[in-house]
Ligand binder design. Sequence first.
Ligand code: THU
Length: 150
Amino acid sequence: MPDDETAAQRNALVDSLTEAAVGAARGAYRPYSGLGVGAAALAIGPDAGSPAGAADGRVRIVVGCNVENASYGLTLCAECSLVSDLHRTGGGRLLELVVVSHTGEPLAPCGRCRQLLHEHGGPGLVVHTARGAVRLGELLPDAFGPEDLR
Ligand code: THU
């Protein structure tokens, strides 16, 4: 049945993102909190003709891990590192996201990262949380964003 196939494909995508996120968490630099965090997202783009060219129209997985700092407040969340990977690999938009601890438990993006994710995925970004798939617009309603500066 097509519906089953779609559900199976969605589960396979979430499994792939979770595996990539757990793998990314292995790279975490976490001497202070002890919590390793891995993030993985399905990304697309940029649009054909973008100056970043190399990744035109390409769907791919981008990843990140948290990198802590002795000053604590300068710690980079896994999502920051993931956004860096998005741009390192040509730019584009985030479509679906998984964030996990180093033990594989699903984690919700912190408040600052919700804003960061809004910039690169918008309110339609699908975030796979402990309670299932939710849109970023639900986690960060009425967001301030790039359109407010136009
Ligand atoms: N952390 C993330 O990587 N992402 C989040 O969205 C929440 C918090 C990290 C930062 C820090 O290294 C550790 O988790 C504990 O706060």
